[in-house]
Design a protein around this ligand. Structure first.
Ligand code: NDP
Length: 279
């Protein structure tokens, strides 16, 4: 029987560990503050921001909410970021993406002080990861490493195939697996023989944003499958990039959707906030 990797349980464990750490920091007089900036009122973003605030409250991190109207200009947003960069009481800055079309995301990400870049998207954070130095790591891939480690799944020496090469998931995922001494292959939309490459994987990370794309034909018997995708199917139920029921009999361990990778992202954001305060 395959192991269902329980992201809900593991993320709760991490949040409880962080709660203790935050209490200890408070006892030393150190308060942690995260500034959460949202522009416009995209419903999905509002849900994500709400969940982040809830996690902060649970752990004991103070959250400052900046809910800006859709018509906020790029300059106004950059000014706010400068103010938050300068505030000594703010440890972390999170700008909820996506931003409205008239605001350049890359400019906004670069404006955040790398010491407060708790999303790990700033080029300096990405660079630190690629040269193997300490810095903030993008939360979703960092959470996947925790899922693997805390489920007793060894990475060292394993064939790891990451499908997807986005800056927030695929690329940092590949760097982290490499850091853990995996043998890493990164696939994308131009990869030839995708099935064949995926069938080499001891650990397959699916992050392409296509519902139920990966069936058993992509899976080596006994592989570990990590499903990053989140979609709503025709019945309004959540599903991932992996066809869970079809793949399940062939794997040794797999993350479900929901309850796998999803809950880890916020737990690792909280981890990064604590790291920001400790730095
Ligand atoms: P992007 O759209 O930014 O990137 C998708 C990647 O998949 C691209 O590199 C693309 O290749 C590749 N791709 C697309 N189609 C194929 C294909 N048929 N075969 C091979 N590769 C393909 O997505 P993200 O990385 O941001 O997100 C991926 C998924 O993960 C989404 O479903 C998203 O909702 C989910 N997600 C979940 C999170 C969580 O907390 N659980 C957090 C972040 C994302 P190319 O570069 O060539 O275009």
């Amino acid at each position: 029987m395959a192991v269902k990797i329980d992201g809900k349980m593991i993320s709760a464990q991490i949040k409880d560990e962080l709660k203790e750490k935050v209490a200890a920091l408070k006892a030393e007089g150190k308060e942690i503050t995260l500034a959460v900036v949202q522009v416009g009122n995209d419903p999905a973003s509002t849900v994500y921001v709400g969940n982040k605030k809830k996690a902060c409250a649970y752990i004991g991190i103070r959250s400052l909410a900046y809910e800006l109207p859709e018509e906020t200009t790029e300059d106004e947003l950059l000014d706010l970021i400068q103010t938050l960069n300068q505030r000594k009481d703010v440890n972390g800055i999170l700008v909820q993406l996506p931003l409205p079309d008239h605001i350049r995301e890359d400019l906004v990400i670069r404006a955040i002080d790398p010491k407060k870049d708790v999303d790990g998207f700033h080029p300096q954070s990405v660079g630190m990861l690629s040269i193997g130095e300490k810095g903030f790591v993008s939360c979703t891939p960092a959470g996947i490493i925790q899922l693997l480690k805390r489920s007793g799944i060894e990475i060292e020496g394993k064939e790891c195939v990451v499908v997807g090469r986005s800056n927030i998931v695929g690329k940092p995922m590949a760097m982290l697996l490499l850091r853990e001494n995996g043998t890493v292959t990164v696939c994308h939309s131009r990869t030839r023989n995708l099935k064949e490459v995926c069938r080499r994987a001891d650990i397959l990370v699916a992050a392409i944003g296509k519902p139920k794309f990966f069936n058993h034909e992509y899976i080596k018997e006994g592989a570990v499958v990590i499903d990053v995708g989140i979609h709503r199917n025709e019945n309004n139920k959540l599903c991932g990039d992996v066809d869970y029921d079809d793949v399940y009999p062939h794997v040794s361990a797999i993350t479900p959707v929901p309850g796998g990778v999803g809950p880890m992202t916020i737990a690792m954001l909280m981890y990064n906030c604590v790291q920001a305060a400790e730095m």
